[in-house]
Ligand binder design. Structure first.
Ligand code: GP0
Length: 811
């Protein structure tokens, strides 16, 4: 592990403050100081980055490139210091200078270049790759505006822009001289023939310039530093000159602005297809920049494409970068004169595709006319891929005339032609994976059974994971210390070793220490709750946390229904609960998602009434912490006693929050969905609360849905639903919650709130009873920590590396 020379660090810091920011220490603002500390730390990182790159080049290693529209890194200073092994040293030095280190750490804004699970997974993967010394790199977009900030006004979500560009992150290094030129728009002069040979017919295109900005990815132990490369879009100067010379100054400026908008904002929808032209341009821009970069790195060391798939692997994070299929073909064919068949071999051997959802509304399809306008040459290539694919299908299944229609990339929807991005990604890749065992099965059997039938060998599972460096070491230093004191520090790079903790599950002193740590983390969380919501919560109560994006399928509303049920038991049935409970929520709703936003308003309605009701508020509190983000998750997760993972079975691909909570000792209440199933398998059924209908039951439930039958057979449910419809929780805004009631009672209850209500409330009462036995609860908590080592992203990445990418550790 590295060390730092205190006097050198100190003088570097002072000179950055002075010569970098033009201030003396006394004059310097907190921003100056923060940036300077980061710059001083960067020195250590860059030396290793250069060394790592040399090691890779000298060994001519195979590299993996992870293309993703989102990377949700979270704050980087603390993690970089931890991974470099200089956290404590640096803390001492900075404090000795008279600065407040802990305060600086908390000061760092979150780079919010992602929406949720998918973007955070990408960030965990980069940490694991670097920590295991593997040549794996990220490609993404350097959005000026990250995911919006959420504030709550009168119970409603309001969105404020996150102008992260303005914060000029000290971690972003603009790499001059390595720009990518990306052609876009224009038209095909003659589209009748010529596909498959050198084809110069794409004319009148314009050029976007992609400027790379690198964020160093420091591996644990500090040996390997990889990079995440983010591109910003600019208008090409050369091109402008042409229009300027034509004298049309304003049109030239408009074009410039239009192009620079491409990397302006992150689309704030999780699991929903926006269908906007600008989004397609963004996807294409990312793919074109990445392919340009990947091909140039390869060509630095090779002069033909013969070895390409042996030196390069590319992973597509969902279909957002599926255009890589067409772009790699275009670059090989049009720019490097590779024959179609060879180009196709190279492309499919290089690409792998990860599916993250089965939900129809998230599956990208693009109207063909947008393709034609934005990337006419790619459309031409995709049509040719489809033509060849279709003739193969017709030959293979002569007796099934429906196959071509079900499997084609281009589909005709009553006259309007659409491109199915998932089909493009599957046809163009040698590997297709889901993100949890059940999800990967459903991909094969429900999402694309025809493709599975055709290419069973392409399909595989890679259960998600999360990095223990951020989610234990950084987020829960007290727990990390206990673990290190007990079994040493081998677990940090080999999380399976947490099993060694099981040996201590009968030691009262050990369990006491575990409970004390949980309590401290709850106290820390309680003070954040106080600061952000002015609500006082009792750390002795059960902290029951539901934190994730707001979505109907994630069923925050089911949680709310149970809260109402408990509330009425106290208020009207005079049933005193066994233990006080605090229900804590966090999460953002997509700005255009009406129902999700209404659920936020509903939770606030509950909080408003319940927290003020003196008969109930000793036993029950409800809080919604605004602006859920990585840095807040780092404080919420370690403070949880109970983790809510209650999606409708079959709908949550995997979940990754579920893993973070469990490895921090929270007990899960969850459905048999996504990775919950595997968590249950690891921790054992006594250490998790499973409830609700299973995947195979959901379809018939929906078919036979009968709201009255549910309501008439359960007075408790009826009472809750009547309350949802009434104005109890919105006395000043009558009627606003009617849509929630209607979607459940009159709308077919697609997400099965009513069908799962009874088993959910039952599971909650069992859990509350069990919580009273503190010793037993501590054992459950310990076993959750000890048995969730499988969910390290190191394990996930090893599987990808061995089975898909064929890359190796270089340390
Ligand atoms: C899936 F399709 N996910 C999508 C999407 O557009 N955005 C997104 O974040 C999530 C899944 O919902 C997940 O189940 C999964 O674990 C994650 O992708 C990473 O695979 C929620 O955590």
């Amino acid at each position: 592990m590295a060390t730092i020379d205190p006097s050198r660090f100190r003088s570097t810091l002072l000179s950055i403050v002075r010569y970098g920011f033009g201030r003396t220490m006394e004059q310097a603002t907190k921003v100056d100081i923060f940036n300077s500390v980061c710059f001083a730390v960067r020195e250590h990182i860059i030396d290793r980055k250069i060394e790592t790159e040399k090691r890779y080049a000298d060994n001519d290693v195979k590299r993996m490139h992870y293309i993703s529209m989102e990377f949700l890194t979270g704050p980087l200073l603390a993690n970089n210091l931890i991974n470099l092994g200089i956290y404590d040293e640096c803390r001492t030095i900075v404090n000795d200078i008279g600065l407040d280190f802990d305060d600086l750490i908390e000061f760092e804004p979150d780079p919010a270049l992602g929406n949720g699970g998918l973007g955070r997974l990408a960030a965990c993967f980069l940490d694991s790759l670097a920590s295991m010394g593997m040549p794996g790199f990220g490609y993404g977009i350097n959005y000026d505006y990250g995911l919006f900030h959420q504030s709550i006004i009168g119970g409603y979500q309001h969105e404020r822009p996150d102008f992260w560009y303005n914060k000029s992150s000290p971690w972003l290094m603009r790499m001059s001289g390595e720009k990518a030129m990306v052609p876009v728009f224009g038209r095909i002069e003659d589209s009748e023939d010529m596909v498959g040979e050198y084809n110069p017919m794409w004319v009148e295109w314009k050029l976007i310039v992609g400027r790379p900005h690198d964020i160093a990815v420091v591996g644990y132990g500090g040996k390997t530093v990889n990079r995440l490369r983010l591109f910003s879009a600019w208008a090409s100067e050369d091109f402008d000159i042409q229009i300027f010379n034509e004298g049309d100054y304003y049109r030239a400026l408009e074009d410039k602005i239009r192009f620079e908008n491409i990397s302006k904002i992150l689309y704030p929808s999780d699991s929903r297809d926006s269908g906007k032209e600008l989004r397609l341009v963004q996807e294409y821009f990312l793919v074109a920049c990445a392919v340009h970069d990947i091909v140039s790195i390869y060509l630095n060391q090779h002069d033909s494409f013969d070895m390409f798939h042996e030196k390069v692997a590319i992973q597509l994070n969902d279909t957002h970068p599926a255009l890589t299929v067409a772009e790699l073909m275009r670059v090989l064919i049009d720019l490097h004169f590779v024959e179609w068949d060879d180009a196709w071999q190279i492309t499919t051997r290089t690409l792998g595709y990860t599916n993250h959802t089965l939900m129809p509304e998230a599956l990208e399809t693009w109207p063909m006319h947008i393709f034609k306008k934005v990337i006419p040459r790619h459309l031409q290539i995709i049509q040719e891929i489809d033509r060849r694919f279709m003739s193969m299908i017709k030959e293979k299944y002569p007796d099934d005339p429906e196959k071509p229609r079900r499997m084609s990339i281009v589909i005709d929807n009553n006259g309007e032609k659409n491109i199915r991005m998932a089909h493009l990604a599957i046809v163009g890749s040698h590997s297709v994976n889901g993100v949890a065992a059940i999800h990967s099965e459903l991909v094969k059997t429900r999402l694309v059974p025809d493709f599975y039938d055709l290419w069973p060998e392409k399909f595989n599972n890679k259960t998600n994971g999360v990095t223990p460096r951020r989610w234990i070491l950084r987020a829960n230093p007290l727990l990390a210390q206990l673990v290190c004191d007990t079994i040493g520090d081998g677990w940090i790079l080999d999380l399976g070793r947490l099993r060694e903790l099981e040996a201590h599950c009968k030691e009262t002193a050990f369990l006491e220490r575990l409970l004390m740590i949980k309590r401290k983390n709850k106290v820390r969380l309680a003070s954040i709750i106080k600061e952000t919501t002015y609500i006082e919560v009792d750390p002795e109560s059960i902290f029951d946390i539901h934190a994730k994006r707001l979505h109907e399928y994630k069923r925050q509303l089911l949680n709310a229904m149970n809260i109402i049920h408990i509330y009425f038991q106290i208020r009207d049935d005079n049933i005193i609960p066994s233990v006080p409970r605090t229900f804590i929520f966090g999460g953002k709703a997509a700005p255009g998602y009406f129902m999700a936003k209404l659920v936020i308003r509903f939770i606030h309605g509950l909080a408003e009434i319940i927290n003020k009701d003196s008969k109930a508020n000793e036993w029950l509190k409800v809080v919604f912490i605004p602006d859920y983000r990585v840095s807040l998750a780092e404080k919420m997760i370690p403070g949880a006693d109970v983790s809510e993972q209650i999606s409708t079975a079959g709908m949550e691909a995997s979940g990754t929050g579920n893993m973070k909570f469990a490895m921090n000792g929270a007990i899960t209440i969850g459905t048999l969905d996504g990775a919950n199933i595997e968590i249950a398998g690891e921790v054992g059924e006594e250490n998790i609360y499973i409830f609700g209908h299973k995947v195979d039951e959901i379809e018939s439930l929906r078919r036979e849905h009968d709201a009255d039958r549910f309501l008439n057979s359960s007075p408790a449910l009826k009472r809750v639903m009547d309350a949802v419809r009434s104005d109890i929780f919105c006395p000043d805004e009558p009627g606003i919650f009617k849509p929630l009631y209607d979607s459940i009672v009159h709308g077919g209850d697609y997400y099965c709130h009513m069908a799962d209500f009874q088993s959910y409330t039952d599971a909650h009462s069992r859990l509350a009873n069990d919580y009273m036995d503190r010793h037993n609860w501590a054992v459950k908590s310990l076993l959750n920590i000890a048995r969730t080592g499988k969910f390290s992203s190191d394990r996930t990445i090893k599987e990808y590396a061995e089975e898909i990418w064929k890359i190796k550790s270089q340390i």
